[in-house]
Design a protein around this ligand. Structure first.
Ligand code: ATP
Ligand code: MG
Length: 434
């Protein structure tokens, strides 16, 4: 039975009581993206495994350890998306979007899947807000994308996240760096984990990102990539810093940040929170000038970031960030007796067509129990229809907060009169309360 009544490890239900918070996050993200010229893209929940193996990189933890990969019934290897960049790049190549007006700017809000050890801020199904920008290679675009993330954090009341930036250079300047790294780690290979020994051959920069504490300790003393940047990459990094300064965005240079695959280039960055423990990275991003070409598209510079929404919520809660109050029931129409119940139902239906959240009794409860329910759903106004009200053709509309009553004629004017009061006034009241 437990299998029937318990969600799989590392997954979370999003319950109605919390959905307003999620919608607020998503709406805010959409609004910020839109103001920055990004439009939404949606891609499949699963792709050919090969796309992620190549697009995320087969020396990454994601590909080596975390993918949900399975064979479908015809023997194809399929993987649930662990992130959004690969699917985005595949889609923009497939549909020729890079031949249209550049820069191309897109955002997405998908769920992602990674087989990881579940803990606070680390799930097996989680959600991302990601932005990707194609076609521009100057550092102003790096700053633009970083600025978008920063703007979102500000909107959400968590503008105090620290921005850390680094440059991991380009394939040219990285050759010398790889050589230095290999020499450094070669001399300490007996202390490296199994996975990192493989990385030593294929992509020594990945060792810098290993979560194994022993590897991390050795990595702390390794040569840093900033000392190996070619002139152009160094210039790009200086350009980025100048743009960030011009935007008034504070940052620190952290030479330990790597997203070390050959087609990741130059800028990498993270937004980190000190408040939510070990899983403090809320946003990770960077430039991947080589990826589009590597996946079979036209040689196109590109960059982007992804924000983990669960971590974002953790940070917001930790910082006591405000969420907008949810608009409860506008009007509860209680009733006594069958005829009144029918009239309450009709009135509620008509009001709902005007966009008013009107509720009526569908449980056959006593008036007292109906009013209790009205309270529970936060009704701001109530009205009770009984024999007297029907006979007289009027009912009292009650403001639940102030107790003030207004007579409402139960004729053709009722819907208009009610919606004027409970809907439009209601908006003003909630606005003022904020
Ligand atoms: P970490 O170092 O924490 O494992 P990562 O480098 O694997 O992060 P990215 O691939 O850059 O993460 O993904 C971008 C963002 O997605 C992260 O900064 C984080 O907020 C979120 N994220 C990544 N993995 C998970 C997960 N398993 N559960 C919840 N959020 C996640
Ligand atoms: Mg990870």
């Amino acid at each position: 039975m437990a299998l029937l009544t318990k969600a799989p490890r590392g997954t979370q239900d999003m319950l109605p009581a919390d959905s307003g918070r999620w919608q607020y996050l998503e709406e805010t993200a959409r609004a910020v993206a839109k103001a920055c010229g990004f439009r939404e893209i949606r891609f499949p929940t699963f792709e050919h495994t090969e796309l992620f193996a190549r697009g995320v990189g087969d020396t990454t933890d994601v590909v080596q350890k975390e993918m949900y990969t399975f064979e479908d019934k015809s023997g194809r290897s399929i993987t649930l998306r662990p992130e959004g960049t690969a699917g985005t790049v595949r889609a923009v190549i497939e549909h020729g979007l890079l031949g249209e007006a550049l820069p191309l700017k897109v955002y997405y809000l998908p769920s992602c899947f990674r087989y990881e050890k579940p803990q606070a801020g680390r799930l097996r199904e989680f959600h991302q807000f990601g932005c990707e920008m194609f076609g521009s290679k100057g550092p102003a675009s790096d700053a633009e994308v970083i600025g978008l993330a920063a703007q979102l954090f500000e909107e959400l009341g968590i503008g105090n996240l620290s921005l850390e930036i680094n440059s991991i250079g380009c394939p040219e300047c990285r050759a010398a760096y790889h050589k230095a790294l290999r020499e450094y780690f070669e001399a300490r290979r007996d202390q490296l984990c199994e996975t990192c020994l493989g990385r030593l051959e294929k992509n020594p920069m990945r060792i810098l990102d290993c979560k194994n504490p022993e590897c991390a300790q050795i990595a702390a003393g390794a040569p840093v990539v900033l000392d190996y940047l070619c002139q152009e990459c160094a210039g790009h990094f200086e350009g980025l810093k100048a743009c960030l300064a011009a935007m008034g965005l504070a940052y620190t240079v952290n030479p330990r940040i790597v997203r070390g695959l050959d087609y990741y280039t130059r800028t990498v960055f993270e937004f980190v929170s000190q408040n939510i423990g070990a899983q403090g990275t809320v946003c990770g991003g960077g430039r991947y000038d080589g990826l589009v070409k590597m996946l079979g598209g036209p040689d196109t510079p590109a960059l982007g970031f992804a924000i983990g929404l669960e971590r974002l919520l953790l940070v917001m809660d930790q910082c006591g960030a405000a969420f907008p109050e949810e608009r409860g029931c506008d009007l509860y129409i209680g009733s006594m007796g069958e005829a009144a119940a029918l009239q309450a139902f009709q009135l509620a239906e008509a009001l709902r067509r005007e966009g008013v959240y009107a509720e009526f009794d569908s449980m056959g409860r006593s008036v007292k129990a109906q009013m209790k329910y009205a309270d529970k759903i936060g009704a701001r106004y109530s009205m009770i229809l009984g024999e007297n009200e029907l006979a007289e053709g009027t009912a009292q509309l009650k403001n639940m907060k102030t107790g003030a009553q207004t007579a409402i004629r139960l004729d053709d004017s009722a819907v208009g009169a009610l919606s004027d009061t409970v809907f439009f006034e209601g908006y003003e009241i909630t606005e003022e309360e904020h």
